[in-house]
Design a protein. Structure first.
Length: 154
């Protein structure tokens, strides 16, 4: 019973009718009905819901997991550990058989290494990037804390 209620709650939270719109035939329209919540709150809810659906990674370190997209059908390239030590990548194949051949992690590492070999980032740029990333992480943590407090008081 609890799972059904959670699924229904998920459906409600993702329904654009609460911000005064509806979808018909793949197109979104402005409705004549009253808007129950702000579009900003609706977007915040979506960000929270979709933020919790990140893939769960195994204990094995797979270098390029979640970073590659298939050039043939724009789907995710997934990684598999074989025989406990070989990492193979392949198209997830949600649309059926794909032309992307399987390839080993060493192959992509070598190709990426060749591309990156001639790139040098000046120390000043590295320092600015590091500062910006630290500042961004602080903002993310502050926003997350504020969202949790806001949801806790509601």
């Amino acid at each position: 019973m609890l799972a059904t209620n959670r699924n229904y709650l998920h459906t409600i939270l993702l329904n654009p009718v609460y911000i005064g719109t509806f979808e018909w035939g793949g197109t979104q329209y402005r409705g004549s009905h009253q808007q129950f919540i702000s579009a900003r709150l609706f977007e915040t809810v979506h960000a929270v819901i979709h933020g919790h659906h990140k893939g769960k990674y195994s204990k094995h370190d797979i270098a390029f997991r979640g970073m590659l997209t298939c050039a043939y059908d724009d789907l995710t390239v997934t990684a598999e550990l074989k025989k406990g030590k070989y990492v193979y990548y392949r198209c997830s194949g949600y649309h059926g058989k794909c032309d992307l051949p399987r390839f080993r992690e060493e192959q992509i590492s070598e190709k990426l290494g060749e591309v990156l070999k001639g790139i040098r980032i000046p120390d000043e740029v590295v320092a600015r990037i590091t500062t910006a990333l630290e500042h961004s992480q602080e903002n993310i943590e502050k926003d997350s804390k504020a969202q949790r407090e806001k949801l806790g008081s509601a």
